[in-house]
Design a protein around this ligand. Structure first.
Ligand SMILES: Nc1nc2c(ncn2[C@@H]2O[C@H](COP(=O)(O)OP(=O)(O)OP(=O)(O)O)[C@@H](O)[C@H]2O)c(=O)[nH]1
Ligand SMILES: [Mg+2]
Length: 245
């Protein structure tokens, strides 16, 4: 299926559960579990009834939709594939619209009830030609990860636009946003924090370097997902309370 600016093709990447990953320090506590086979969809899959309260009792799965946005070629797809253990690094193939990767992680549960969680990671194309699709991408998202290359000065300016559009204008909290300064091999840049203008300098910033410290970004991402799922869980609790009282 070919790309179209109006209805971007959405690659729903759903692969069989991977083996438990093993890192240099032994088995990793992060056995990502993807749920269904790989396939293509002509449009976004239907949101299945919003939060689980709508489809079951208090132990129903929590679901969260996380967007990966940011400038072209900053490494969103590479990171998304790495973090969900979907595929290895390949040559650059600009994302046309969005790809949706669905996954679970049994080690991420809501704080209070130990409820399981499902995630959708929406890996969005950075090309502004897809701007007309952004409202559809943003809808019902619970978190926004902005990926940029700290070595490219224009990226520092560009991420202001991504933040404004995808976080501020969606009335998301800053805690729902994560900045990832992605370091490609040979970039030679250190992990010093780039000087970001207000309000970007208030956001949580982490570095990713898949060659030198691959597990660092994996752990940071898990922390971020946990914080997102806790806020989803709290929001569901509030909704339930408002119905009861
Ligand atoms: N070896 C290596 N190559 C990387 C890494 N990060 C990015 N690259 C290279 O940079 C290219 C661009 O990265 P992508 O992740 O596709 O960029 P993107 O942000 O998804 O770009 P758009 O889809 O156009 O928005 C990749 O195809 C890789 O060739 C990395 O950590 N290691
Ligand atoms: Mg991409």
């Amino acid at each position: 299926m070919r790309a179209s600016a109006r209805t971007p093709p959405l690659l729903v990447l759903r692969a069989a559960a991977p083996p438990t990953p093993v890192g240099p320090r032994g088995p990793l506590p992060l056995p990502w579990k993807r749920r269904q086979p790989i396939g293509w969809a002509a449009s976004a899959p239907p949101r299945r009834g919003g939060f689980p309260r709508a489809c079951g009792g208090p132990t129903a799965m929590l679901k969260a939709k996380i967007l990966f946005v940011g400038p072209c070629e900053s490494g969103k797809t590479v990171l998304a594939n790495f973090l969900t253990e979907s595929s290895d690094i390949t040559e650059y193939n600009p994302t046309q619209g969005v790809r949706i990767l669905e996954f679970e992680n049994p080690h991420i549960t809501s704080n209070t009830k130990g409820t399981g969680c499902e995630f959708e990671l929406w890996d969005c194309g950075g090309d502004p030609k897809f701007e007309s699709c952004w409202p559809a991408l943003m809808k019902d998202s619970h978190g926004v990860v902005i990926v940029f290359n700290a070595d490219i000065p224009s990226h520092l300016k560009e991420i202001e636009m991504w933040y404004s559009c995808f976080v501020q204008q969606q009335f998301l909290q800053d805690t729902q946003c994560l900045l990832i300064a992605h370091h490609k091999p040979g970039s030679g840049s250190d992990k010093g924090n780039p000087s970001l203008p207000t309000p970007l300098n208030k956001l949580k910033l982490v570095h990713s370097n898949l060659e030198d410290d691959p597990e660092d970004i994996r752990l940071e991402f898990i922390k971020y997902l946990k914080s997102i799922i806790n806020s989803v869980s709290e929001s569901r609790d509030r909704e339930e309370m408002s119905i009861i009282t």
